[in-house]
Design a protein around this ligand. Sequence first.
Ligand SMILES: Cc1ncc(C[n+]2csc(CCOP(=O)(O)OP(=O)(O)O)c2C)c(N)n1
Ligand SMILES: [Mg+2]
Length: 372
Amino acid sequence: MNAITHQKILAAGRYRDVSLEGVDRETARRLYRFMLRLRRCEEALAAEYHPADEMRCPVHFCIGQETVPAALSVLLKAEDHLYCHHRSHGYYLAKGAPMRAMFAELYGKETGANGGRAGSQDISFPAVNFHSGAILAGATAVAMGTALALKTQQRPGVVVAGFGESATDEGIFWETVSYAALRKLPIVFVCENNNYSVFSPLLKRQPTDNISEKVSAFGMKSAALFGNDAPLVYRILREAIEAARAGSGPAFVEAYTCRWSGHYGPASDDLVGYRSEEEVRAWKENDPIALLEEAMAAAGQADAAGRTALLKEIDAEVADCFHFAKSSAFPKGGDWRAMNYAAASPEADRLLVEIDEAAFDHEQVAVQAKGY
Ligand SMILES: Cc1ncc(C[n+]2csc(CCOP(=O)(O)OP(=O)(O)O)c2C)c(N)n1
Ligand SMILES: [Mg+2]
């Protein structure tokens, strides 16, 4: 069994070990600001999702899981590449992609990051080397391919692949880990282990819950840690990313955490009965933002006035993003072939030509069913 498990975290109650050791004042401020900005923007999106029903895609919120994106926002450079799964908003913002284009993408507008055609779970922003993908573990293999390209072409930079623990239910994840270890690729795999794949707990999907131990059996450095401790997540990821950058090869980091919302959409799905009220309450008592705030306050680095000023600034940005998204136009349709990311691919062109142009709802009259 793992040294750390969800059961052990819940049994331990309130976590009291946040330490700012190795995290300078400016880094702590950046981690805190990032988490607050992400939390606030997601809470605003969640509040607006229903009953307005104007967003054109399913949305997976990461409220409660802010530490990994926050650490990456400090650690990654422009030349680095970040790939992630369907719970994409934190990662998108971590790579410095604009919040306005994210909101517009969710609203299906032409000013969106992908012209309104990808939505939340397939959003990308190639200009900052950010890509997400809804196919579980799919992005891990693509990320590994990017790391292979960096290495063989001797280009600078590291690749980070972020995903939930359910990616490790997929065979391609293990092939990816094996090959990355074999070739000592400059890649860091970050698993946000929130214990659930939709409604299924990990121990109903795999015979053991020792993901990081299994990964180390493939010859890769791996670590498991309490994922709501932002400075700890930062320190461990810094070590892994610096090592990959220095040519020492890949690493796997497993951050135990909890998503506060339902699997998708703003509503709680706890009524289904797959996890208990006590479990979610216990995790909320270990709110990653509150934990960091307390440690910073104890060190004289945070206070109520600072928080109020920060929230005012963030709320103004979020309001601007809503205005931008809602007042933008829907995409016009247009030539599908021009939208082909790799226009040189004859197979992709053939598939695109076969799409029935008339079947496209140019006016976007139909609104997503409420189930999303
Ligand atoms: C290959 C594949 N199988 C099934 C799905 C359907 N699916 C979407 S999200 C999800 C659960 C994902 O759980 P996890 O990876 O742990 O991430 P979390 O949602 O917990 O953040 C599933 C099964 C999918 N997207 N891709
Ligand atoms: Mg999960």
